[in-house]
Design a protein around this ligand. Structure first.
Ligand SMILES: Nc1ncnc2c1ncn2[C@@H]1O[C@H](COP(=O)(O)OP(=O)(O)OP(=O)(O)O)[C@@H](O)[C@H]1O
Ligand SMILES: [Mg+2]
Length: 358
């Protein structure tokens, strides 16, 4: 299945405490923690405001809302928002995903069974098969599909009218969507990473739902380690809650949160063991680089792909590591974060360039 080529090749991301994709436990609790209305949805102010207008206008016209594309990294709230769209429209929602639609016929079956005004949530829309995608173009634009009956020269296309519906597509990789598909969405929402103050609100809200006592500083400590991602914030909250229950009186303070996440090897900026191993190798073995990806991977004893796809994106986002044509380079922030001094800048370094510097 060649549309699957671009999926991450490592599963490691899923197993990490700071991994952004959902694991089994996440899926079990997420339903309970999902905000149910736009008002409850924390952050993403612009997206919320725009979506609010789109939905209210459609309601006022008594029409179904325009198709909506939600793009953004895992765990930022795409699935949550799709359910909110349905709830705000007072419409039922049907949930499916790109990989689940192997044949155009699968999609035709879903589309033809939709009720008027229903929201169809198509997760991982970039992983749909080509024939299904082409059928979707027509369905989105004209609310019509051609069902092919028979095979070979005798095959005939039977046009089928569809009730108006709202397609909500979600993708972590908007860049992979073919332009004709992207253009058929009336509204595209790009979800950004959350600010620490927004994550604090997510954490307080979840703590309340989970009946966990947490103070302001405790929430701030967890927020700072959550990589801008509500799913990670909720997960770290649960681990800290465990610690607080076993080792203390159950109440989460800054000290409890910091100690608990120290036990789980998630540091003050949300880096985990792998992230720090990569940085440490880069700084200590290669004087901050530049060094090639393969060499760096060997030095930390990991696969190239693991370093590139699991560790690096966050390190780059945090401004700790840069990918340059000559190799990976540590930034001054990386030296500061690990409490190390770049070569040549230490006492007696004389302000020279580093050992491997240029
Ligand atoms: N804005 C928000 N306010 C409060 N909680 C949020 C918000 N966004 C996400 N969450 C919480 O984070 C968790 C993950 O959100 P969600 O499943 O919607 O992410 P997603 O973008 O669909 O991720 P994926 O790409 O992996 O499918 C949910 O439990 C949800 O409750
Ligand atoms: Mg989702």
């Amino acid at each position: 299945m060649n549309w699957d080529d671009t999926a991450p090749t490592t599963d490691d991301a899923d197993d990490r405490l700071v991994g952004a994709s959902a694991d089994g436990e996440d899926q079990a609790v997420e339903a309970a923690l999902r905000p149910k209305s736009l008002d409850e949805f924390v952050g993403q102010e612009r997206v919320r405001e725009q979506l609010d207008l789109v939905l209210k206008a459609a309601l006022a016209r008594g029409a179904t809302a325009d198709h909506v594309l939600l793009s953004g990294s895992p765990g930022l709230g795409k699935t949550t928002l799709s359910m909110i769209i349905a709830a705000e429209m007072g419409a039922p929602i049907r949930i499916t995903s790109g990989p689940a639609i192997q044949h155009a016929g699968d999609l035709a079956a879903i589309l033809s069974s939709l009720q008027e005004g229903e929201v169809l949530f198509l997760d991982e829309i970039h992983r749909m098969s080509r024939p299904a995608e082409e059928m979707l173009y027509m369905a989105m634009e004209d609310f019509r599909v051609d069902v092919i009956v028979g095979k070979g020269p005798g095959a005939t296309a039977i046009p089928l009218e569809l009730p108006p519906f709202t397609l909500v597509g979600a993708t972590t990789r908007a860049g992979l969507l073919p332009p004709p598909l992207r253009d058929r969405f009336g509204f595209t929402a790009h979800m950004e990473f959350y600010a620490p103050s927004e994550l604090e609100r997510v954490i307080h809200r979840s703590a309340q739902l989970l009946d966990v006592a947490i103070d302001t500083d405790g929430a701030a400590e967890i927020a700072g380690r959550s990589r801008g991602t509500p799913r990670i914030a909720n997960r770290l909250l649960r681990r800290v809650r465990d610690y607080a229950q076993v080792k203390a009186d159950g109440r989460i303070t800054r000290e409890i949160a910091a100690t608990a996440l120290g036990v789980y090897e998630v540091d003050g900026r949300g880096l985990d063991r792998l992230d720090r191993a990569v940085l440490q190798a880069l700084l200590k073995l290669f004087a901050g680089g530049p060094v090639g990806l393969s060499t760096l991977a060997v030095a930390v004893g990991e696969e190239r792909e693991t370093v590139e796809e699991v560790a690096e994106p966050f390190l780059v986002r945090e401004g700790l590591l840069a990918r340059t044509p000559r190799g990976r380079v540590a930034t001054p922030a990386a030296w500061a974060h690990l409490g190390l001094v770049p070569p040549g800048q230490g006492p007696g370094g004389g302000g020279q360039q580093g050992l491997f510097g240029t």
